[in-house]
Write a protein that binds this ligand. Sequence first.
Ligand code: NAI
Length: 256
Amino acid sequence: TRTIAVSGSASGIGRALAGLLRDQGDKVIGIDLAGAEVEADLSTPEGRSRAVGEVLELSGGTLDGAVACAGVSGLTTLTVTVNFFGAVELLEGLRPALARAERPRAAVVGSISGTQPVDDDVVRACLEGDEPTALKAAELSLEKGKGRKLYPSGKSAVAQWLRKAAVGPDWAGEGIALNLIAPGVVRTPMSEPLFADEKMFKVMNEAVPMPLNGYADAEVIAETLRWLISPANSHMAGQVIYVDGGAEATLRGPEV
Ligand code: NAI
């Protein structure tokens, strides 16, 4: 049996992934605010270290996989504290346990939004690992009415962290495959308000055009994550994989 830690396991993509993994016989240690094996708040350093400690206890100190799905959207600094620091510190905290496994794999859920305009101060502070400064910059961004840049900032920062960390000595060097899935629009409780509001719906369609099969269900993203953390994925590292119905290619064009 493989043991996999999944944050955000109580809803949406994380919940769908936990279901797929349990169905194939894996032991899943879910992490969420409530309704999970480990109940912890990933928006604070204390919550993150408690989450790591409890996962290590439940896993016996060895983990075959870890996936950071937990996330928040909207005009809030949580898009930085949860989506960046909550993901990165959780994965870094679980890394020693992953390194003990035979074929360890890890993944993060980013977003197509990581390609949108960002607040440079927020992204810089994230990449420097300076949470108080990132939080201050995020609050300033909200005060200036530029809060819409915060979600893209957290998602861009986590993708940039991944590109570097995944191929370094701590991850690839320890035999741990680490990659990121960037979804387009996925039908989950998070995106529900976008579908409910006519104006938001229009903005979303323009921002994220999905020529292939339209909006995705959570299971679609979960299936890709399942493969990424499977033993079959022996050689993919540091990749940002867009599972977005063609949105990224549509928006960015043919240059790679
Ligand atoms: P969701 O809202 O259905 O699930 C997110 C889960 O994260 C919830 O169970 C929530 O309780 C948990 N969470 C939030 N804050 C937390 C905290 N402080 N500590 C612990 N757990 C916390 O959302 P969904 O759609 O499943 O999102 C999963 C990931 O996918 C997120 O990172 C999101 O940014 C990303 N994503 C979602 C898209 C969509 O259209 N739904 C598109 C692109 C990316």
